[in-house]
Design a protein around this ligand. Structure first.
Ligand code: NOJ
Length: 713
């Protein structure tokens, strides 16, 4: 008999339910906590998993209770939201997505896992894979952006990074793909609201990233808080058992979101905790995070005949199997057994700086950047110029609020001989404008004016939906005043914009001389920004989301379906707005560098592709600028005539090349033909012969794309 069989035979019902229970400790708080001391419940085996515990000693002391003092000595599974770093923070996921570099996506996850594991942790509630096309939704910050292909590539890379090849090793942690499924489509971008999108959209847009995570061997999946067309994900049997387990073949653990099982009562599908617990268990949820619905509700549900012991045993089996896979039975103290050498921490910080710099998206550069080496006086204006805590972004894990490199720190380190004066001017969440005068004064004899504005970190992330997406507070007033003063002084202004989502800032883009979208770059933020401002790093980030011109364009994304009446300026009855263009302010994939590139030629072979084949796209590029830089190329397709209208652009691949001035290079991208299949009229996967347009370019702006037509046969 296996260890798991033995244990199942020996376990009492409360002990089994303990393995299906995850309780928060007070170290970090992400929702309502259950009051009281969990110590006794761990000893009695009634709590088998924990979250929100920080620090190796804390982790160990809890683990000891389970391993040394509980009857069956089953180790605890202890997790935390290590979303974009543990103590050393990398850019927020939306920022990191801007890299379009799966190898780096994996590397930062590997580093985050190593650091978290050295703190004794064995699980992270990441990666977050929710495709979002609605900037009002604050959780856009945590995710991959608007495109399902990018989300799927990110999913594989992150799972690989967190879990590595062998999950029993001391430097790995179990990944939790979340939030399943279509959470990014909450109504009107309002957090925790209902989602009502077609089954086709769920399957084509929101599911692929989870499918990729499952293919990569992800240990666990977390259903989202919302309901999908009336069926809360936590009780959504068709999506959990039907799609995730039966169709995608997922046999890992399904862990609920925080208190989500109890919230089935608020959703209006369960009358009490017993019914809520029964619905979740029947739907396939193994671990109850923070609702105590399994501990307290399932015994009643059993009595009422709503669940069977076999349902409980199957869930316990999966949880124990994960603990086994993590090597916890062999050695529950393996993770964190050795303190990391300081060199490992330093290397991680260097990686954070490098990735931070590469995540920045240069949206405009009117011959301002890079700055000269010999700047003597820099005016740094704005509330985000010297705000350490904000640099972390909205999910900081165990990241310290102090000690993150601010823009001020970064500029001072980069220009040690310059006089860098920092004036906030206004505070983000205050109506006070008195400080603007001092900000304007600081411009007087500056050789460079840097305006650091945007959202405070906590204005994006969970429970941070916003209906107005301009610069919050009085920052616009500050910025307008600085632009005016700069014009009078014949100086130029570089805006460094911090945000967890696209903001609606057409006026800012127009008036800034240079605009650098910084997202929230993490621990080394200010150094990353300074590396780009001084030209040490040529910006190479590309926005993974379209930036709207107005909130009224939302949801906005490049992968739209064609209209029966395509927009035409001269024709009234066409698909357009009367007041603004349809196009976004910045298209998906947009980002400038210090080089300048030209697509010289491109080829697609073969020109007739079969279902089992692949198409090879080769794009020849030349750097026609004056500096070395990296260019990103995107490959899209458009199936012009199909049984179901296909989007005007579907992303099929991306690649990068680094080129010196005047140099040529080739980006080669292979697209497996199976990716060209789509869901037919009955939502069945189909391969339809016919013409296929292949489009390449530096971003999703239709006009900038070059195209060739091949045939699917
Ligand atoms: C709620 C969030 O939705 C989820 O992403 C997170 O993992 C849990 N809280 C635990 O902190």
């Amino acid at each position: 008999m296996s260890r798991i069989d033995h244990l199942l035979e020996a376990m009492t019902l409360p002990e089994k339910l303990g393995q299906l229970t995850m309780t928060a400790c007070g170290s970090t708080v992400t929702g309502p906590t259950i009051a009281g001391d969990s110590t006794e419940a761990i000893k009695s085996g009634e709590i088998g998993n924990l979250l929100n515990l920080v620090g190796v000693e804390n982790v160990r002391s809890m683990q000891r209770l389970a391993v040394e003092e509980s009857r069956l000595r089953i180790p605890l599974l202890i997790g935390l939201d290590v979303v974009h770093g543990h103590r050393t923070l990398f850019p927020i996921p939306l920022g990191e997505s801007s890299l379009f570099d799966p190898e780096t996506w994996s590397k930062t996850a590997r580093e985050a896992a190593t650091e978290a594991a050295s703190d004794g942790l064995a699980m992270t509630f990441a990666p977050m894979l929710d495709v979002s096309r609605d900037a009002r939704w604050g959780r856009s910050a945590e995710g991959p952006g608007e495109d399902p292909y990018v989300a799927a590539r990110l999913a594989s890379a992150k799972v690989r990074g967190f879990q590595a090849a062998d999950l029993s090793k001391a430097d790995t942690i179990a990944a939790v793909a979340k939030h399943y499924c279509a959470y990014g489509a909450v109504t009107a971008g309002r957090e925790y609201a209902s989602v009502d999108v077609s089954e086709r959209t769920v399957l084509e847009v929101h599911l692929p990233a989870f499918a990729a995570a499952v293919r990569e061997g992800v240990a666990a999946v977390m259903p989202a808080f919302h309901d999908l067309a009336g069926v809360p994900m936590t009780a959504n049997r068709a999506m959990l058992r039907g799609w995730l387990r039966d169709r995608l073949g997922f046999n890992g653990v399904i862990v609920s979101d925080y208190n989500a099982i109890a919230e089935l009562m608020h959703h209006g599908i369960a009358a009490d905790l017993a019914e809520a617990g029964a619905l979740a268990l029947k739907a396939g949820v193994d671990i109850d995070m923070m609702a105590n619905a399994y501990r307290h509700g399932l015994p009643i549900a059993l009595e009422r005949g709503w669940v069977e012991r076999a349902d409980i045993d199957a869930a316990v089996r999966r949880v124990l199997a994960l603990k086994e896979r993590l090597g916890l039975f062999e050695d529950p103290y393996r993770r964190g057994a050795h303190a990391e050498p300081p060199a490992a921490r330093q290397a991680r910080r260097r990686l954070s700086r490098d990735v931070g710099a590469r995540s920045l998206v240069l949206a405009k550069n009117g011959a301002v950047l890079p700055y000269a080496k010999g700047l003597r006086r820099i005016a740094l204006i704005g509330p985000l110029g010297h705000s350490s805590a904000d640099m972390r972004g909205p999910w900081w894990g165990a990241g310290d609020p102090v000690g993150n490199i601010t823009v001020l720190d970064g500029l001072r380190a980069r220009w040690p001989d310059a006089d860098v004066r920092q004036v906030s001017g206004v505070a983000i969440e205050s109506a006070e404008t008195e400080g603007i005068a001092a900000a304007l004064e600081s411009c007087a004899d500056a050789d460079a004016i840097v305006l650091a504005v945007g959202e405070a970190a906590v204005m994006s992330g969970e429970a941070a939906s916003r209906a107005c997406l301009d610069l919050p507070g009085k920052q616009r007033q500050l910025a307008e005043a600085v632009f005016e003063r700069a014009i009078a002084l014949q100086k130029k202004v570089t805006v460094v914009l911090f945000c967890g989502r696209p903001l609606v800032i057409p006026w800012l883009l127009e008036r800034a001389d240079a605009l650098l979208i910084a997202w929230f770059p993490g621990t080394e933020a200010g150094n990353a920004v300074a590396d780009v401002l001084c030209g040490e790093v040529s910006p190479s980030g590309r926005t993974p989301v379209s930036w709207p011109r107005a909130v009224g364009q939302i949801p906005i994304f490049f992968s739209q379906r064609p209209s029966g009446r395509p927009a035409a300026a001269e024709d009234h009855y066409t698909s357009k707005y009367l007041d603004i263009p349809n196009e976004p302010l910045l298209p998906f994939g947009f980002g400038l560098g210090y080089g300048e590139f030209e697509i010289v030629d491109f080829s697609v072979t073969p020109d007739r592709v079969v279902e089992s084949g692949a198409i090879e796209v080769k794009v020849e590029i030349r750097n026609v600028g004056m500096r070395s830089a990296e260019e990103t190329v995107f490959v899209f397709t458009h199936d012009k005539i199909a049984s179901v209208a296909r989007p005007v652009l579907e992303l099929r691949g991306f690649g990068k090349v680094n080129l010196a001035p005047k140099a040529h290079g080739t980006v080669s991208i292979s697209v497996p033909a199976r990716d060209l299949k789509f869901l037919g009229l009955e939502l069945q996967s189909v391969w339809e012969p016919g013409e296929l347009e292949v489009l390449v370019g530096p971003n999703a702006d239709f006009k900038s794309l070059k195209r060739k037509t091949i045939r699917q046969i």
